[in-house]
Design a protein around this ligand. Sequence first.
Ligand SMILES: Nc1ncnc2c1ncn2[C@@H]1O[C@H](COP(=O)(O)OP(=O)(O)O)[C@@H](O)[C@H]1O
Ligand SMILES: [Mg+2]
Length: 506
Amino acid sequence: MADNALLEARGIAKVYPDGTVALRGVDLVVRPGEVHGLLGENGAGKTTLTKIISGLLPPTSGEIRWRGKRVRFSSPREALRAGIGMVHQHFALVGPFTGLENIALGEEGGGALSPVHVASVRRRVEAIMRESGLEAPLDVPVEDLPVGVQQRVEILKMLYREVDLLILDEPTAVLTPQEAEELFSVLRGLAAQGRSVIFITHKLAEVTAVTDRVTVLRRGEVVATRETPGSTAEELARLMVGEELPPPRARAERAPGREVLRLEGFTVPGPAGKPAVQGVSFSVREGEILGIAGVQGNGQTELVEALVGLRPWSGHAELLGKDLAGRGPGEIASLGLAHIPEDRHGMGLILEFNLAENAILGRLRPFLDPLGRLRWGKVYRFARELISRFSIQAPGPRVPVRYLSGGNQQRLVVGRELSKAPKLLIANQPTRGLDVAATRYIRDLLLRLRDEGMAILLVSADLDEVLELSDRVAVMYRGTFAGVLSREEFDRERIGLLMGGVREAG
Ligand SMILES: Nc1ncnc2c1ncn2[C@@H]1O[C@H](COP(=O)(O)OP(=O)(O)O)[C@@H](O)[C@H]1O
Ligand SMILES: [Mg+2]
């Protein structure tokens, strides 16, 4: 037993039913009153480990001690009763219910939404809000709240249950920089009261900003546990990635060329009659990356889907002078638009198909013979070319794409789209879920294409990515552009405020 441990996990291994080995003997000690960072690349095993700690998944082997006693939680409810609560990346709130109802719901005894009970819950939640500095409206259906505020409701729900260990799985992914700062100060406050937090992230700056200690996971193993003060970002990066990466590509100085895409008063209907995109106007020129920043769910998805012909829209849109009104996806693509979709599994790839079949999705014509039959020799030659040009790690063109890693699947999507020699590339969340090396590869590639003159519309919820790559940044908030800034005007603080809906004067 480690001294001074609130939670001690020893030798935790997890093999999923499909044979994936997610954890291979992980040790983790969380002390009372500390914010403990869990740092690792996508796929390192962070979520799996914390799902085991919070009773959602059983470990394949290993043991957990909680306040010195061996425990085996068979459900999140049991873990919660013991004082461990987890806020997942996808929240578990009931949309039509208010914040207060969500907090009161599912309490021991269940079903007790009587007025007297609700009033007493309200009093306690208000006290918790004052004490923690975590404010959220309690009487609004949570589905009407921005995601950052929904997250607060989730955290309040855990604090209401008086957890001593709060686990947050990549909480900053849905926050503006200011909201993230506020969350950090709440977490520091909890730690000062003697509670503990496991804070999951793959961002080094966040580890430095909020944690006392950090455990680095790589490929299901702990590579180090360190006191955060005294650890450098370079050291943590090396531990996380396991290799040194070359420096990122420098962006060339270049003036943008002719206008490729132009939108005026572009409006996309959304659910319940509210437009998802409301009268947006902008253009993208050759040799330019226009980045769209914003917290996810502010109309970015609808904007892109409408542009590529998958949703109805109104207003004006033209690609190289050709009106896009009334054209379907195939026709728009043939005018020179390529699209890296945000959901590579849903829209980008057919997982059961092999690499070569996926390589020609949406562009069969060059591979057909005069009788309309696929020329497989040509298809496989093309697939092998993509494998080598885009450094796709795959045993060959016949491998089903579901056996490729996320990074290699994305290289395939990107390679296929670029082989269409587009004039405009729409890249929606192009590096989401990728490891550091694959992320670097895709970002460098986008910059190179821009340097070579391609017009690129980049949509990303990762503000660091938008700021690194874009020539201009538009901030999207509730379906409108809350400001367009050129590179000289980039300022995280200012963009963060726009992301949160704070309008600028004038
Ligand atoms: N339900 C599941 N079934 C099979 N494999 C899974 C499942 N969930 C996660 N994995 C795999 O387990 C590994 C660790 O995933 P995860 O714990 O989500 O990592 P992280 O949270 O660090 O990104 C990855 O290879 C992932 O693909
Ligand atoms: Mg995860």
